[in-house]
Design a protein around this ligand. Structure first.
Ligand SMILES: [Zn+2]
Length: 114
C-alpha cells in the first residue's frame, strides 16, 4: 500500500465522531505527527465538541489504528510532543497527587462549577 493510500484510509477511520456519530469533514482533520508509515491525526467534533486523536499505522498486516478521545486541543498535543519523556518519578508524583486531599478538592470544585 502506498503512502497516499494510507492517508486516504486514515481519513476514513476518523470520518465519524465516536460519541455522537456526526460525520466529519475530512479536510478538518489535522495531521499533528507523521512518519513513513504512520500518521497521528487530531479532529474536533463540531456538534458535541469531543476531540480525538487517531494513530494510524501501516504494518505488514495492514492498517492498525488506535483512537483516543481527549480534552486536549491540537496545540496541547503539539506542545506535549516536544516535552521530555515521563519518568518513574513523574508517575509517582501524579499517583501521590491523585491520592491527596488537594486532588479531591479540585475535582469537587470542578463538579460544582458545572
Ligand atoms: Zn460528536
Amino acid at each position: 500500500m502506498e503512502y497516499a493510500e494510507v492517508f486516504h484510509e486514515s481519513l476514513k477511520i476518523v470520518s465519524f465522531c465516536p460519541m455522537c456519530r456526526l460525520r466529519y469533514d475530512p479536510l478538518k482533520a489535522e495531521v499533528i505527527g507523521q512518519s513513513d508509515n504512520a500518521r497521528l491525526i487530531y479532529i474536533r467534533c463540531q456538534r458535541c465538541s469531543i476531540s480525538m486523536m487517531a494513530l494510524i499505522a501501516l504494518s505488514a498486516l495492514g492498517i492498525n489504528s488506535a483512537v483516543l478521545v481527549t480534552d486536549a486541543n491540537s496545540a496541547d498535543i503539539r506542545r506535549l510532543q516536544k516535552r521530555e519523556k515521563v519518568t518513574f518519578n513523574d508517575v509517582i508524583e501524579v499517583y501521590q497527587y491523585i491520592q491527596s486531599k488537594r486532588f479531591t478538592q479540585y475535582i469537587l470544585h470542578k463538579v460544582h462549577e458545572r
